[in-house]
Design a protein around this ligand. Structure first.
Ligand SMILES: *Cc1c(COP(=O)(O)O)cnc(C)c1O
Length: 852
């Protein structure tokens, strides 16, 4: 357990970790020992590393508590406009190191644990990831929470506390095997249950027409129990709240059975209701119309809106005894941001509350609803768009279906008024799709019910305007906006890459941590020999550390002086991991054809989870592993080429891999990847990108200049032209011998000798049904990879471009993204002011209970 000697020297260096204050170190040690004794009930003879992790987590949590309470009191006193981020996913990863960094106590904790003879990095590695997300969408929500707290916004993340997050991926015999993610098994030190604030949520039932209006009756109730999680801003004493709901059966659940005498069965059946928050659906960019998923979506939205309205009514300026009943000011006090259509039921639910419960007129309620809500679109892939059958909605949420029909009625009236007689337009713009099974188009509902609709990168925002939402843009052009995604520089540089963070801080100080634009100050250093060397040293350190980790965890040996060529993201046909695989096979064939020729050594690493029901994605994993087995065991290949499948890609693995990358693969078909955020993480960590003109890659190129990125393949216009002309994979197969060789090898069983037909489905897709035109980009991809090799042979030129990447990544801070959401959608200004620290006096001394 003792920390190795070499780390002492590192810790003593002046670094972005700061200098440990003696009094803080003493306090941390005292608090740590107290928690080990009183919270963990262990002494140092019995304590396990996990006990030490929990003692440390509780110690750090203590530093959050006063700031958390005082931040919420401050919001109560000042009553600023609240921002509510509604998301079915929060891909948070670990909290311990991030909390230490944002509170500014990392160096004190390092020193204290060192003095206690404990290895803090080992303890950090024992924390389970909070894997409550699938990929980019969920990680975006997590980055946004960090930025909203850092920008001092009165913001809340609302979501579901899944008992099981994204499954753990095992690779067994070259195949994905899923294991449930029992992340709460040892307890979660970062959450505070609030059983006293449970909220009822209704399902099923029927609608009654009464003289006072519609009433939703005979419903079944499930309770939503809130769990609050602290979200610390970076060194500003702000701690916001992420409130996650967990399903609880009411005590009288299935009383019917109880009265029939089957008490045991009544208790057992409580599980049914509590299944709502049991497990995250593991689909990324795919709509699976399951009833339980609809229940999750409504459960989250219904509990959240009740909570928001309670807080609105109880707010100070509504005055204590006279609760606020006037909803006119609601849009001035509340902003709701819908992360994709997953929380789209917020729109009919808010209408139901305002009309059926609060008694507002439809027109007034609708005005409030539209002014309050805003919707972020994340994809244009048709298979990802939520379209719930009306039959399912009618069964589970009968009143909401009526309200949706009513919204549609008024909406189509407007359409007809504007375009009289244009029945085709009315059909296209309807919230109700009538062809085949009758369905509600949830994106249409969101557009109609929101005052702002945004895409997540410039090209994506243009595509939604001129393609999938064209009719809506013609009707309300003022609604459509762009908000290019971003990532938090705290987690994605300061935390995950201290070596590079130190090299940067030595030259330009630390302001970049909260003003990432400051990185442009590195541009004059792109040709500075000393700085190039320092950046190279940091990268090499990160590569060696990853190589050591890979050998330790998986027994794979990689050469740390080879180029680390990395593609990590969910496995999806549109992301084109198969194109990467064709490049690997091409390199292999070239080595075999000419073993003596010079070759730039590469380690290609591919990682990512496939949705368990996505057959083609699972086949892609099998093929990559099969190719890897042949390549890695061929003595002729030797050290020139290695293929590694990175098991169980998740936030924590991303933090270890990305700082070690030389080359980042961002190779989706132009027009399919809405933004990407993985691309930004690599750029910030000094990897060069090989990519298509898709998503945020385009804006990355604009920021750094096209000489600093490897761009290949069709533009979105060329893809559209190819679709019009008709794509024929055989044209490319016949014309390109290297491509033909790859495909022939895959289809003849070269990589699967014991089962030659193993990959015939994949070959069939590529040759006959390829929606993503891999062969059309093959030639330009291979040529581009050749130019990558050429540059890699000149390390200083390579690193110079890497520095230009780092120096140009300021735009991709989620702080910039959130400031734009604040100013252009929410009507909330960022504030860089600090709240007073817990030991500092405040202007108003309050101990009011209402600040919850
Ligand atoms: C950033 C991130 C993603 C998103 O990656 P893309 O390449 O943008 O799809 C997915 N998963 C994890 C764990 C991430 O950290």
């Amino acid at each position: 357990m003792a920390a190795p000697q070499t780390d002492l020297e590192k810790r003593k260096q002046i670094s972005v970790r700061g200098i440990a204050q003696v009094e803080n170190v003493g306090n941390v040690k005292k608090t740590f020992n107290r928690h080990l004794h009183y919270t963990l009930v262990k002494d140092r003879n019995e304590a396990t590393p996990r006990d030490y992790y929990f003692a440390l987590a509780h110690t750090i949590r203590d530093h959050l508590t006063s700031r958390w309470i005082r931040t919420q009191q401050h919001y109560y006193e000042k009553d600023p406009k609240r921002v509510y981020y509604l998301s079915l996913e929060y891909y948070m990863g670990r909290s311990l190191t991030n909390t230490m960094i944002n509170l500014g106590i990392q160096s004190a904790c390092d020193e204290a644990l060192y003095q206690l003879g404990l290895d803090i990095e080992e303890l950090e590695s024992l924390e389970e990831d909070a894997g409550l997300g699938n990929g980019g969408l969920g990680r975006l929500a997590a980055c946004f929470l960090d930025s909203m707290a850092t920008l001092g916004m009165a913001a809340y993340g609302y979501g579901i506390r899944y008992e099981y997050g994204i499954f753990a991926q095992k690779i067994r015999n070259g195949e994905q095997v899923e294991e449930p993610d029992d992340w709460l098994r040892f307890g979660n030190p970062w959450e505070k249950a609030r059983p006293e604030y449970m909220i009822p949520v209704n399902f099923y039932g029927r609608v009654e027409d009464t003289p006072q209006g519609k009433k939703w009756v005979d419903t079944q109730i499930v309770f939503a129990m809130p769990y609050d999680n602290p979200i610390p801003g970076y060194k500003n004493n702000v701690v916001n709240t992420m409130r996650l709901w967990s399903a609880k059966s009411p005590n009288n659940f299935n009383l019917k059975f109880f009265n029939d005498g089957d008490y045991i069965q009544a208790v057992l059946d409580r599980n049914f209701a509590e299944n709502i928050s049991r497990v995250l659906y593991p689909n990324d960019n795919f709509f699976e119309g399951k009833e339980l998923r609809l229940k999750q979506e409504y459960f989250m939205v219904a509990a959240t809106l009740q909570d928001i309205i309670r807080r609105f009514k109880a707010s100070k300026f509504g005055s204590k005894d006279q609760v606020r009943t006037d909803f006119d000011t609601f849009p001035e006090k509340v902003a709701l941001q819908l992360n994709d259509t997953h929380p789209s039921l917020a729109i009919p639910e808010l209408m139901r509350i305002l009309v059926d419960i609060e008694g507002l007129s439809w027109a007034k309620a609708w005005g409030i609803c539209v002014k309050t809500c805003a919707y972020t679109n994340h994809t244009v892939l048709p298979e990802a768009l939520e379209r719930w059958p009306t039959s399912v909605l009618e069964h589970i949420l009968p009143r909401h279906l009526q309200i949706i029909y009513e919204i549609n009625h008024f909406h189509l009236q407007e359409v007809s008024k504007r375009w009289p007689g244009d029945m085709d337009r009315v059909r296209r713009m309807s919230l109700v799709e009538e062809c085949g099974e009758k369905r509600i188009n949830m994106a249409h509902l969101c557009i109609v019910g929101s005052h702002a609709v945004n895409g997540v990168a410039a090209i994506h925002s243009e595509i939604i305007k001129r393609d999938i939402f064209k009719d809506f843009e013609e009707m309300n052009p003022e609604k459509f906006q762009n908000k290019t995604n971003g990532i938090t520089p705290r987690r994605w540089l300061l935390l995950c890459n201290p070596a590079l963070a130190d090299v940067i801080a030595e030259k330009i100080g630390e302001e970049w941590v909260v003003h990432l634009d400051q990185l442009t100050k590195l541009k004059p250093l792109a040709k500075d020999a000393g700085f190039i060397r320092a950046v190279q040293t940091a990268k090499q350190e990160n590569k060696m550390r990853l190589a050591k980790q890979l050998e330790q965890d998986y027994g794979v040996k990689v050469n740390p002086s080879s180029m680390f060529d990395i593609q990590v993201k969910r496995i999806h046909e549109y992301k084109r991991q198969l194109l990467n695989c064709l490049h690997i096979i091409t390199m292999y064939n070239r080595i075999k054809a000419n073993p003596g020729a010079p070759f730039v050594p590469r380690t290609v690493m591919i990682g990512g989870k496939a949705a368990p029901g996505y057959h083609t994605a699972k086949q892609i994993i099998r093929l990559i592993c099969a190719v890897g087995r042949v390549v890695n065991n061929d003595p002729i290949v030797g050290d020139k080429l290695k293929v590694v499948y990175l098991e169980n890609y998740r936030v924590t693995l991303a933090e270890q891999i990305i700082p070690a990358a030389d080359l980042s693969e961002q190779i989706s078909t132009a027009g399919t990847e809405a933004s990407g955020t993985g691309n930004m993480k690599f750029m910030l960590n000094g990897a060069l990108t090989i990519g298509t003109l898709d998503g945020a890659n385009i804006e990355m190129m604009e920021e750094m200049g096209k000489e600093n990125i490897f761009i290949f393949g069709m533009t979105v216009e060329e893809v559209e032209e190819l679709k019009r002309r008709g794509y024929n994979a055989h044209d490319y197969y016949n014309r390109l011998p290297e491509l033909r060789q790859c495909i022939d090898q895959i289809s003849s069983g070269f990589f699967s000798p014991s089962n030659p037909d193993q990959f015939k489905d994949l070959v069939n897709i590529l040759m006959y049904h390829d929606r993503f035109f891999l062969f059309a980009d093959f030639e330009s991809y291979i040529k581009c990879q050749d130019s990558v090799n050429k540059l890699y042979q000149n390390p200083n030129d390579w690193t110079s471009k890497a520095i230009m990447n780092i120096a140009s990544s300021g735009k991709f801070s989620s702080d910039r993204t959130i400031a734009q959401y604040g100013r252009e959608i929410w009507g909330v200004e960022p504030s860089w002011e600090k709240l007073p620290a817990p030991h500092e006096p405040r202007d108003t001394d309050i101990t009011r209970e209402e600040a919850k």
